[in-house]
Design a protein around this ligand. Sequence first.
Ligand SMILES: Cc1cc2nc3c(=O)[nH]c(=O)nc-3n(C[C@H](O)[C@H](O)[C@H](O)COP(=O)(O)OP(=O)(O)OC[C@H]3O[C@@H](n4cnc5c(N)ncnc54)[C@H](O)[C@@H]3O)c2cc1C
Ligand SMILES: *[C@@H]1O[C@H](CO)[C@@H](O)[C@H](O)[C@H]1NC(C)=O
Ligand SMILES: *[C@@H]1O[C@H](CO)[C@@H](O)[C@H](O)[C@H]1NC(C)=O
Length: 643
Amino acid sequence: MEYNRIKIVRSVLVIAITAFMANIPISNLRFLSDLATTIIDASAGIANSISEYKQYDVFPPHESPEEFDFVIVGASPSGSVIANRLSEISEWNVLLLEAGGVPSLLTEIPAAVAALDRSVYNWKTEAERQKGFCSGCLHNRRLNFGHGKGLGGGSIINYMICTRGNKMDYDNWEVMGNPGWSYQDLLPYFLKMEDANVAVNDSEYRAKGGPLGVSDVYFTTKLGDVFMEAAQQAGYPYVDYNGRQQMGVSRIQGTLRNGLRSDAENSYLRSVRHRKNLKIRTEAHVTKILMTDSKEAYGVEYSKDGRMYTVLAKKEVILSAGGLNSPQILMLSGIGPRSQLQEFDIPVIEDLAVGTIMYDHLTFLGAAFLINQPVGLQVLDYALDPQTYVDFMLHRRGPITSFALEVIAFLKTNLTEQNYPAWPDIELLLVPGHLSTDFGIFFKQIFNIDDEIYNSYWKPITGKPVFTVLPVLLQPLSKGNVRLRSKNPFDTGKYTENYFSDPENLDIKRMIAGIREIQRIASQPALKKFEPRLVTTPFPGCNRFTFDSDAYWECAIRAIPASIYHQQSTCRMGPRTNKEAVVDARLRVHGIRNLRVADISIFPRPTSGHTVCPAYAIGEKAADLIKEDWKAASTEDNLDDPY
Ligand SMILES: Cc1cc2nc3c(=O)[nH]c(=O)nc-3n(C[C@H](O)[C@H](O)[C@H](O)COP(=O)(O)OP(=O)(O)OC[C@H]3O[C@@H](n4cnc5c(N)ncnc54)[C@H](O)[C@@H]3O)c2cc1C
Ligand SMILES: *[C@@H]1O[C@H](CO)[C@@H](O)[C@H](O)[C@H]1NC(C)=O
Ligand SMILES: *[C@@H]1O[C@H](CO)[C@@H](O)[C@H](O)[C@H]1NC(C)=O
């Protein structure tokens, strides 16, 4: 009785607010995202200022140069794993330097993910303008190029999708001249890192008890179930895509534990921060790696609280500052393409192809289907339902544990050579909503969408039941690059994507094939009941093409692309004979002693999926390589810690 009354009042409120929001100019709602950002930034400030809060950064730097065995630059997922594993050896002194701060508790709430994008936990950089690309983007047609800042790097702001990629990705790395990097070689690390809780699993490929929580998403809409069923009707088997076979469909496995985000800080750093031989220093921005004339790294320079410090590394410097920043730090230190270093008057220590290649994973935001029933995300309903908060507070379940992505599928188009039928080239991600499901508060800004196109395409469908499927190009052929913008270490790099620039135009053709596949799934009986219809409003400049023709989709994809922030391969691993290689198969920078790179910049080719879970595995593997090289594997005596 009582509850029914609440329901009625709530429904009236939902209708009133929806009607109100659907008609309000978007600029007026902007304040809500600014407010959310302000709250996150304030929580970050508190987390940083109360040093006991998580007890990081409790050892201020000394005046005279301190000395450590290992200095790790950047608390990326890989860097965090390495800090944990090297400090297992009690006679090794380890320093981890991170430019950002301590993540606050808000970053652990999955549904807060959209609000993190404009916060202090993101470097908030943009890519260079690219001709004929991103015509629907604001800010001079530049694509947002986020990457995480703070202990845990991208793992504290990302969308929490955990994919290992394909067995063939790693086998191919090995074929490219990198012994020890086949999938068989990496599997022990994928097992070591995870604490899996996945309903449909291939048990010999999965493990419990590791530091990182990996779980099926906790909350799904009815649409999620319907889409899963339709994909199965279209021939996709339900698979554990991190197990024996990647190709198929599945609920998303997230980096989640007990309804909260599992990130590199709470899984790899928090439990070991008290080790006497590990110092973790936040808001410490590394500006340069120090090297002797005989090309031996011996320390780094960094800035903290407006002062410069030098710190010495007796054994090694390990660069884990991420796909965009590791190449920048190398170049500033004199390791990079000769011509570019000379352009900026940086003395050349080693001429290497740093930053000359950058791959990224790209998606398209405009495959949106109207349906006839509200079976997807009902954001306002959830927000106004007290049960939502009860479910989260008491049980860590419900919509607050959702990050809006529910189902994932991997497929192979007929535009990739067919010798390896189990190696996908397209991924599909189901969003049971669309870019204006949040009434233009967050996603419009996150993806830098132009007002005009937002008003013509997304505004009219606001408040209506719509689902979107994101096609992701897994094995791009187009090559971008990272260059210096200036000699100033606090300046952002210059990021050029060159998306869809491969000579045979295969990248775009595969994306179009992905859209055709989405249409095929949408036409299966399970989904057909909901009468899915593509939104037909043409994207800017595309109305000269017949709607739904290949030419139309090519135009649309170029107009409304989005990076999913997997900028990788900027310090590629490969043998010295490979002109494009920067590090060898033990991750040592070619030609330099005592310097390694360990983060997603070392990927010789992209992995077929998202990059965070591979990044942890790389950290685990790198730590073992370092232990082997310093012959310390048998003396791990700090292992009484939980991990
Ligand atoms: C918004 C967003 C969503 C994403 N969604 C997913 C997803 O759903 N699933 C997935 O698998 N992946 C996702 N990713 C990608 C994933 O988070 C990254 O691949 C992962 O974090 C590893 O990246 P990295 O190795 O480049 O290092 P990063 O995570 O970028 O870490 C680099 C660290 O080094 C620090 N640093 C940089 N420069 C310096 C310096 N000069 N001195 C000191 N420290 C420095 C940075 O502050 C940062 O903490 C997403 C990324 C973003 C940004
Ligand atoms: C694998 O699935 C079984 C059955 O659902 C479950 O009991 C087990 O915990 C799962 N294992 C992992 C690692 O998730
Ligand atoms: C490739 O697949 C598309 C559908 O995505 C189909 O139209 C085309 O005929 C196929 N081509 C070949 C050579 O099989």
